[in-house]
Design a protein around this ligand. Sequence first.
Ligand code: MG
Length: 249
Amino acid sequence: MIVLRSPEEIEKLRASNRVVALAMKELKKAARPGVTTLELDEMAEAFIREHGATPAFKGYKGFQHTICASVNEQVVHGIPSDRKLQEGDIITIDLGAKLDGYYGDHAATIPVGQVSDDAKRILKCCEEALWRGIEKARAGNRLFDISHAIQVHAESAGFGVVRDYVGHGIGTNLHEEPQIPNFGKPGTGPELKAGMVLAIEPMLNMGTEVVKVLDDDWTVVTADGKLSTHFEHSLAITKNGPDILSVSE
Ligand code: MG
């Protein structure tokens, strides 16, 4: 069942998502050569707690950290560590927070210093693909209209769309129905309604869409070792269209 949230609940979701978006703003500034992913994690946790919220990923299925930090060929669920970021890396930071019983979830891939033209191209395409999906998050559309818009934008640029990980509903749980794949047939899937709150999150690979999980049981990497990117926003569907919640303004 896909839960429809009241306007009051949507304001609570806006508050939790705003904390996450504000934290991301700080992390984007901090993601420079020489900083470790663990330092970014500590920064994120302190920021979230200072804002009266709690990290949503810490303790989730045994995950020990506030952010997922996925560098270069790592797709999602990278574990913060002593690894120092280097000029030319790209790092995906995914973070969640719970405030007053409601969850926020947001991700972005960040260039570290100057990155290659190929990296710039896939970063731009992945963020655009997210917005193509968001544009379809309207009452009366079908769920896989979102999926299809993302897929077409990514594949027409020659990138692989990760199949094994998907977006999701979000509310009083971090992950709720529906699952939102980043590929699919337009005009199919559940009808979208005002009050649905969705976390849309395309993951695009430079090469194959095939991924594997490392021996740490968390880190997902591309099977061919090429770069991967990931952008995510949480939004509410309203009568007036998509209302992006994971923004800092
Ligand atoms: Mg998510």
